[in-house]
Design a protein around this ligand. Sequence first.
Ligand code: HEC
Ligand code: HEC
Length: 425
Amino acid sequence: MGNPEEGKVEMEPKKKEGGGILVKIGVWYLFILIVFAAYTNWLPQIRGDAPADAIAIELSAATPEKLAEMGKMIIFGTDNPEAVLSGGGNPAGKGQCPLCHQFFLDQKADRCPNLVALPSSPDPTLRVTEEVRSHNRFKEDRYKQFSTRLVNGESNSGIKPHATTGGEYLVESEYCPNCYVVEGFAIKGTNDMESPMPIISKPPIQLTDTEIVSVISFLQSKDTPGDFSRVTAKESWESYFGKKLDSAAPAAPGATQVAAAGPAIALESDTPEQIVQKMGCFACHKIPGISVAKIGMIGPLLIEGTNASNRIKSPEYKKAVAEGKAKARTPKEYVMESIMKPDAFIVPGFADDMLKDFSHKFTFAALEKITDYLLQQDVAAAIRDGLDRLPNEKEGPLKKPAATAGLKRSEKLAMDKNSIGSAGG
Ligand code: HEC
Ligand code: HEC
């Protein structure tokens, strides 16, 4: 790297057989075309959407209506999520909620509790809105179990469950997802106790307090168009935390900007880190070497240098191939298939929870870039970053002793200190 002479020396022999190379490239290209012809339904299908304008809001003058409008932008990244949806995309803005929560009947993310009512759903539980549910949650025995168990504060947020109204319950859900975990939606293997939902006020999603109040305002008014009488978000925030919202307001004095980037597209010029951030992969996956991807608890630890070849060899994958669902023969094809067509094969121990719209969001070069990056990640890289598999991964935890065995005592102490620090919030 960095030495032009080295590059030249390598180029020399190739030049001499230039014609042969061309033919080879031609044949290879033809091969690629044939291979991908079989996948035409999952090749990247880019459609360019103009980014929507950013909106700003003056907190002191914010009406519930204004807050709800801003909340909509934060959730969907657009004020017309229906249009994005009908174009085959999944409208997810800065808040990333639609990566996991269902807001529309034909939206692909449907494994987490719905936050707005889906009146035409055949499933009666989906016809109930979160606004209605929020008034009952904190009265449940299950809620009391959490508040008893977490009487000294939940370890990631330091918060002790203490919601006394529906609005406060919604506030608590954003700052402390573990304070109450909806039955059946916890991380598998945690006895229904730990939520895979990220803390919304912390990185990488890191909404400001005002933004969270806006999101809740949207949730409280979504099911009653034009009627904002149920919006209590700001008051609920203040009663829950026992302080004025203004004093916690961030950035520009009195105003907060919502960057509404619109539906993002992964481009060739993006780094792997940028792709993971833009596409929201971090909400579900941990990935070595990517600073935003340290919290995901819905999908497997992405160490594809280790996983991909094992997957292809597994009896489960061979079954999916025999059924005509999966088609990959190389680790690279496996990773591309996993991103473009997630339901081709469901990794054992997981549900079909990955979004199905990435073929609308990647250029081919960006897809190759993230694929190559993931293929470079292996067990050693994960251990180096202190990442581990989820309890539900069939392969079991990575060997921890190997990680610390070679370290000096001072480094070990530093690691221990870090883990205590993060556990304390
Ligand atoms: C990575 C996936 C994920 C993301 C992103 C996410 N959530 Fe969640 N959320 C969940 C899961 C899973 C649950 C159910 C488990 C629990 O109670 O924590 C949940 C629960 C909730 C609940 C409580 C539901 C109930 O019925 O009691 C609320 C409210 C909520 N989320 C709001 C949001 C909002 C608002 C956003 C965006 C700012 C968001 N979530 C982003 C996964 C996610
Ligand atoms: C809403 C959650 C969610 C998001 C967002 C998400 N994934 Fe996944 N992903 C999953 C789940 C769940 C699985 C396992 C089930 C399956 O095989 O589909 C998975 C599986 C995978 C696999 C196969 C892993 C293996 O070891 O076999 C790859 C690769 C992958 N995802 C890459 C990505 C990339 C890259 C992104 C972002 C562009 C992304 N995922 C976004 C949930 C998600």
